[in-house]
Design a protein around this ligand. Structure first.
Ligand code: NAD
Ligand code: UDP
Length: 316
């Protein structure tokens, strides 16, 4: 049994990770400032004897004895991170520096929730970890993309300079139950729009691609990475290599919900990557990890969750 700190633990992925770690028998310390996370996500965990919550900003130093740190604190939806880009950059840069200092003081193993966004609008396809990316340092996504890139720099400098035991997961678009109705990312948007009978908002022509990973597959991947042998210190892509256009996703959501919503087109936001698909050779061969839940099945489960959330009693 380990004592594990999860930053961003009140968020979509963080709360499910806390739950999974508790189920495994670990003690969990959760840190979150509820920027995009919700107290409701922690309701089931709050009374657990091995769970403790600190309402804190990861940008401020935090001292506690732990064996492992999962650093997930950061808004992840473009809607959220673009609403306060300065805080996004601070969270990703100052937040990771604080958590690396904590790892240095305690000797804890450190895992960073990095992102496929480090590849930007990629020139190679699918994206393997050696690709250095194509990111605009000045665009509207830069606060997040460059923040995560700087975080990776800090992690490998701490490793070289202080010998920290580090892990970096480059997470590709992940969805599932637990996503907020107002999350703003494409899967949540399309499902909520379809369930409400509103227009499905396709940005651009809908031919841009993403590869969608189901939440539980992703969490399994993060835990495999944390538990991997100590030579697995390089970045590892965690995602589902099945690639879909945004238009195909809209079709699947309409089919799965039985909705008669119309599709409408809206302008494509600037710097929106045209294609994205992980090469997961490293995860497969070094972690023995592959995703298992296909998009249709994952959508079915996510629709069930969001349907419940939209019921008047859940909103009250
Ligand atoms: P989320 O927005 O649901 O969760 C992020 C959590 O971090 C929230 O609970 C939020 O309140 C908290 N947080 C943000 N800033 C903070 C701060 N300064 N101090 C303390 N807490 C703070 O997002 P998510 O989808 O659960 O993503 C979790 C992590 O995984 C993020 O680091 C994100 O960059 C990374 N990631 C997610 C995806 C994905 O598709 N879900 C893809 C790539 C990377
Ligand atoms: N998108 C869309 N309609 C929406 C939300 C997003 O067409 O209502 C598109 C968006 O432009 C992008 C893709 O869906 O091309 C994935 O967007 P998301 O915000 O989920 O994540 P990203 O991968 O862009 O960070």
């Amino acid at each position: 049994m380990a004592r594990i700190l999860v930053t961003g633990g009140a968020g979509f992925l963080g709360a499910a990770l806390c739950e999974k770690l508790l189920r495994r028998g670990d003690s969990v310390v959760c840190l979150d400032n509820f920027w995009t996370g919700r107290p409701d996500n922690l309701r089931r965990l709050a009374t657990h004897p091995r769970f403790v919550f600190y309402e804190r900003d990861v940008c401020r130093p935090f001292d506690i004895d732990v064996d492992e740190i999962f650093n997930l604190a950061s808004p992840a939806s473009p809607r959220h991170y673009q609403a306060d880009p300065v805080n996004t950059l601070k969270t990703n840069v100052l937040g990771v520096l604080n958590m690396l200092e904590l790892a240095r003081r305690t000797g804890a193993k450190f895992l960073q929730a990095s992102t496929s966004e480090v590849y930007g609008n990629p020139h190679i396809h699918p994206q393997a970890e050696h690709y250095c990316g194509n990111v605009s340092p000045v665009g509207i996504r830069a606060c997040y993309d460059e923040g995560k890139r700087a975080a990776e720099t800090a992690i490998y400098d701490y490793r070289r300079q202080y010998g920290l035991n580090v892990r970096v997961a480059r997470i590709f678009n992940t969805y599932g139950p637990g996503m907020d109705v107002a999350d703003g990312r494409v899967v949540a948007n399309f499902i909520v729009q379809a369930l409400r009978g509103g227009d499905i908002t396709i940005y651009g022509d809908g031919r841009q691609t993403r590869s969608f990973c189901y939440r539980d597959d992703l969490l399994e991947g993060l835990m495999c990475l944390m538990d991997a042998p100590d030579d697995v210190t390089f970045p590892v892509n965690i995602g589902n290599p099945q690639e879909f256009t945004v238009r195909q996703l809209a079709d699947l959501v309409l089919e799965a919900t039985g909705s008669r919503s119309n599709m409408i087109h809206m302008p494509l936001p600037s710097d929106d990557p045209l294609q994205r698909c992980p090469d997961i050779t490293l995860a497969r061969t070094r972690l023995n990890w592959v995703p298992r839940i296909a998009l249709r099945e994952g959508l079915r489960r996510t629709i069930g969750y969001l349907e419940e959330q939209l019921k008047p009693a859940a909103a009250a």
